[in-house]
Design a protein around this ligand. Structure first.
Ligand code: APR
Length: 242
């Protein structure tokens, strides 16, 4: 098989058709809120209640969100290539759980997860589906030191070592629904190109790093991704267009 180890980076755009707001668009999350207030440690230290409530609202809204055909196509790709002895690893910047709801396996959440809290005191990461506050107690150490388990601006993403190994070992790199603005994820394509891996993006339009990719499929991921997956599984080759 030409393409048997595939690394897929996903961003907010893959969940847009499921009704999860993206970050950067006219009605995106960062148009409606100051990043400094809700996505930095300084903002959390200044007003923890506001930050807890910001993520509480997202966590509750997420409960009614369902995966769309793009998430489901990635699961199909993963299942079928795994059955043929290959491997598909999903690295997501998303904090939603739609890859899991679509039954994808071993999803690497580099920016954390809405359905988890992190204890600042003991470092425990706990599953959580309720509403948190500064009074929420850590079930491991008993301290009131819980924060949303989200990687904020200025913090180091999770699982970087594992991600590097996945990118080194892949024979195809796909980026789906990400603007290419936020590093280190935005730099994965350059790294893969230097390593000689074919790189393909799926977006509504070329992203900020769109010129670094070998190829792009432009349109809604819920439409392009299922067609792409079917073609790849049948031909073990990349389609000219979709
Ligand atoms: N299909 C494909 N792409 C889409 C779709 C769609 N249906 N809808 C939107 N997009 C594209 C947009 O064109 C844009 O390039 O998805 C991208 C979304 O970009 P961002 O909102 O910047 O999201 P993302 O790239 O995931 O942001 C990265 O920034 O704020 C931080 O931590 C946050 O993980 C996030 C990171």
């Amino acid at each position: 098989m030409q393409y048997s180890r595939i690394a897929v980076l996903t961003g907010a755009g893959i969940s847009a058709e499921s009704g999860v707001p993206v970050f950067r668009s006219e009605d995106g999350l960062w148009e409606q809120h100051r990043i400094e207030d809700v996505a930095t440690y300084e903002g959390f230290a200044r007003d923890p209640v506001l930050v807890h409530n910001f993520y509480n609202k997202m966590r509750q809204e997420l409960k009614s969100r369902e995966p769309n055909p793009a998430h489901i196509a990635l699961t199909k790709l993963q299942e079928e290539l795994t059955a043929r002895g290959g491997q598909v690893t999903i690295i997501t910047q998303n904090i939603d759980d739609l890859h899991e709801k679509a039954h994808s396996q071993h999803v690497i959440h580099m920016h954390g997860e809405l359905n988890k809290l992190l204890c600042e005191r003991c470092g425990a990461r706990i599953d959580f589906d309720g509403n948190s506050s500064p009074d929420t107690v850590c079930p491991k150490c008993g301290k009131k030191a819980m924060r949303p388990d989200i990687v904020w601006f200025g913090e180091i993403p999770y699982h970087m070592e594992e991600i590097q190994q996945v990118l080194f070992a892949c024979d195809l790199f796909l980026a789906v629904g990400t603007s290419g603005v936020v590093y280190p994820a935005a730099g994965f394509v350059s790294m893969c190109r230097h390593l000689g891996k074919p790189c393909v993006e799926f977006n509504l339009e070329p992203s900020v790093v769109g010129n670094v990719f070998n190829h792009g499929y432009y349109g809604k991921a819920g439409t392009t991704m299922p067609k792409f997956v079917d073609y790849l599984l049948e031909h073990d080759a990349l389609p000219e267009k979709l």
